[in-house]
Each structure stands twice: as structure tokens, then as C-alpha cells.
Design a protein around this ligand. Structure first.
Ligand SMILES: [Zn+2]
Ligand SMILES: [Zn+2]
Length: 349
């Protein structure tokens, strides 16, 4: 099989070749048709997350190099292991990539994406920037009948991340409307899932005027520019004293400072994006504002199925996708880093 792999951290990916795996037991070999290029691959390529104040979170782990990234995978079943029941050869699936150990308490209750011994495709085990990927069990293959193959993979990351955060926000909307901060690909999906999950008004904020306009067209009630000095006051007015939940899809110190500051008493600030930075708030303010601050990381397999059902029901507007060949993977990461990508790039190995 052909792959595009990390040989050394903070360096370009290189073409590598490896024997095509033969699935054992419950394993399934997917022929990768599409694999989305994701912003989180850049952090993995760097080997760290920025924690602010010059601090870094090392995420090199003991990942064996060469390592193949790519966690937004769609493909067709090529070979099934002798015990892999329920996956039909030749059928098209998206691979749920946030795979856990399958044995711990988190995995047993369906929260594999939070497992502390993960086997996440393209993150802790080899992923989809390759002609083939090995999936440990057919249960991780999700039916994407009726969904365009080039968005099926990205849905497992940006779609699921967008959806998972909105689900956490919904119970807090009794305290006020929803605010979505950061209208990149994930934020735009979050907005559309929010429209499907709640009748509460949805406010949005982004520094980019064209994104604010696009969000209004997708059903946001009002849009704000967080760089505008009057934005916080305007949100307080539009929300009748603060929002019930603010979902920060950017995840920088600036965006989170903005997001949490407009939350009403009793409400929640939910951080999703991983741009980096740090945040401080005097301890008594959590109490006096009855403020919940939480993080949301991708989503469970149950949530992935719920999210796919909403997509199949036509709740998500078409997403512009540019397809590129496998050998364009590294260049695509560079383009993403430099902000040269509009919409989504999907590798077609
Ligand atoms: Zn991703
Ligand atoms: Zn586990």
C-alpha cells in the first residue's frame, strides 16, 4: 500500500510504501476513497499544542514513525477478517476514527472517543492518507448511503465535533439564546445542527464579514464582529442579558475570553477549537455567575449515527470540496497552515 507519512516531526510528509495489511480476527481492510485534510493534523505534525504563555503540550506520545495521519476516512471494504461480521465487501462506509481500547469503563459505556488508551485512526494508529486503512472491527464502519462520499469522511471529524458541542449546549438554552463563536467549517456545521436541535435563537460571531453573511443565510438570527468594541453590549442586548450557551469553535485565548464573557447567569461556555492559548477567571466569578465551563471533544459513535441521520435528512447545506491526489497531502497541509484553503480539501488516494 502507498501512504503519505510523517518521518520526522515538524517536517513535510513523505511517500512511504508498506505491505498491505491482511485483516485478522474482526479486522476489516478499507480501500480508502476519500480522506479529509484537517487542521488538527497540523498540531500532530508539529508534535504539540500551544498552551499559551510559551507552554506546549507534547503530543508526540510514542507514535511509531513513519506514521500516517488522516482521520476523516471514507472507503469501500476490500477484505474482511474471518470474524468480521456485518461488513460487506464492496460496500461504502465512513470509518468512525475515535476508537478506544474497547475494554475500559469509558469504552464500555460508549465513550470510546474519550478512552485513555485510544486506537484512533490517523492519530494513534495509522490512518487514511494511504490507499488502505485497517479498521479493528466492523462496528466502526458507519453507513453513509445517500451522503456524498467526499464529505462522509470529514463528517466524522468536523461534523461530529460541530454536533457534539451543540448537544452539550442545548440544555443550557433555557438561560438564553445560543451563541456560536468562530464560523469556520466546524462552526458552520454546528450552526446547521443547532437549527435542527433547538428552536432557540442562534447568534453568531466571527471577525470575517463574509462568514457572518454566510451564517445569516444559513439561519443565524444576528451576527456580531468580536473585534468590534461594542459587540459584547450588542450581544447582551440581543440576548436579553446574556446567552444561555456560547460555543467557541475557534478555541483561542481571544475567542474564549469573548465567548465566556457574554454567557448569562446559569449558562455555559463550551470550548471546542484547539487554536491554543490560556484563560483566567477569578474563582468567585464561577460561583457568582453560576458559570459552567466545559470542553467538547469530537463525539461518541452514537452521536456520529445521530449526526449522519441529520445529514441524510438534508439538514446540512452542501460543503464545497476540492479533491486532490495522495501525493498532494503534504502540500495540502502546508496550504491549510498558510490559510490558502477555502472550503475543504479531501485526498483521493
Ligand atoms: Zn479532523
Ligand atoms: Zn477504553
Amino acid at each position: 500500500m502507498l501512504r503519505q507519512s510523517l518521518i520526522e516531526y515538524a517536517k513535510s510528509l513523505q511517500a512511504t510504501e508498506a505491505p498491505t495489511p491482511v485483516p485478522q480476527g474482526t479486522e476489516v481492510l478499507l480501500r480508502v476513497s476519500h480522506c479529509g485534510v484537517c487542521h488538527s493534523d497540523l498540531h500532530l505534525q508539529d508534535g504539540y499544542f500551544d498552551l499559551g504563555g510559551g507552554q506546549k503540550l507534547d503530543v508526540r506520545g510514542n507514535r511509531p514513525l513513519p506514521f500516517t495521519f488522516g482521520h476523516e476516512i471514507a472507503g469501500t471494504v476490500e477484505v474482511t477478517g474471518p470474524d468480521a461480521r456485518g461488513a460487506s465487501v464492496g460496500k461504502r462506509y465512513a470509518a468512525y476514527p475515535w476508537i478506544g481500547c474497547g475494554k475500559c469503563g469509558l469504552c464500555q459505556r460508549g465513550d470510546e472517543h474519550m478512552c485513555n488508551a485510544p486506537r484512533a485512526l490517523g492519530v494513534t494508529v495509522d490512518g487514511g492518507y494511504a490507499t488502505h486503512v485497517l479498521v479493528p472491527h466492523p462496528r466502526y464502519l458507519l453507513d453513509v448511503e445517500g451522503i456524498a462520499p467526499e464529505i462522509a469522511g470529514p463528517l466524522m471529524c468536523s461534523g461530529l465535533t460541530g454536533y457534539g458541542a451543540i448537544k452539550k449546549a442545548v440544555p443550557y438554552l433555557r438561560f438564553g439564546p445560543l451563541l456560536i463563536v468562530g464560523l469556520g467549517g466546524v462552526g458552520m456545521m454546528g450552526l446547521q445542527f443547532a437549527r435542527a436541535l433547538t428552536t432557540a435563537p442562534i447568534l453568531v460571531a466571527d471577525i470575517d464579514a463574509s462568514k457572518r453573511k454566510a451564517a445569516l443565510e444559513l439561519g443565524a438570527k444576528e451576527a456580531f464582529d468580536p473585534a468590534d468594541a461594542g459587540a459584547r453590549k450588542a450581544i447582551a442586548k440581543a440576548s436579553g442579558g446574556g446567552v444561555g450557551a456560547a460555543v467557541d469553535y475557534a478555541g483561542s485565548d481571544k475567542s474564549f475570553a469573548f465567548a465566556h464573557s457574554v454567557v448569562a447567569k446559569g449558562g455555559a461556555a463550551i470550548v471546542v477549537g484547539l487554536i491554543g492559548g490560556s484563560f483566567t477567571l477569578p474563582v468567585p466569578m464561577f460561583v457568582l455567575r453560576a458559570l459552567t465551563v466545559m470542553g467538547s471533544y469530537v463525539g461518541s459513535m452514537t452521536e456520529a449515527r445521530e449526526m449522519l441521520d441529520l445529514v441524510k435528512a438534508g439538514k446540512i447545506a452542501p460543503i464545497p470540496v476540492e479533491k486532490r491526489p495522495l501525493d498532494a497531502t503534504s502540500r495540502s497541509l502546508d496550504d491549510l497552515r498558510a490559510g490558502r484553503i477555502v472550503g475543504r480539501v479531501v485526498i483521493t488516494p
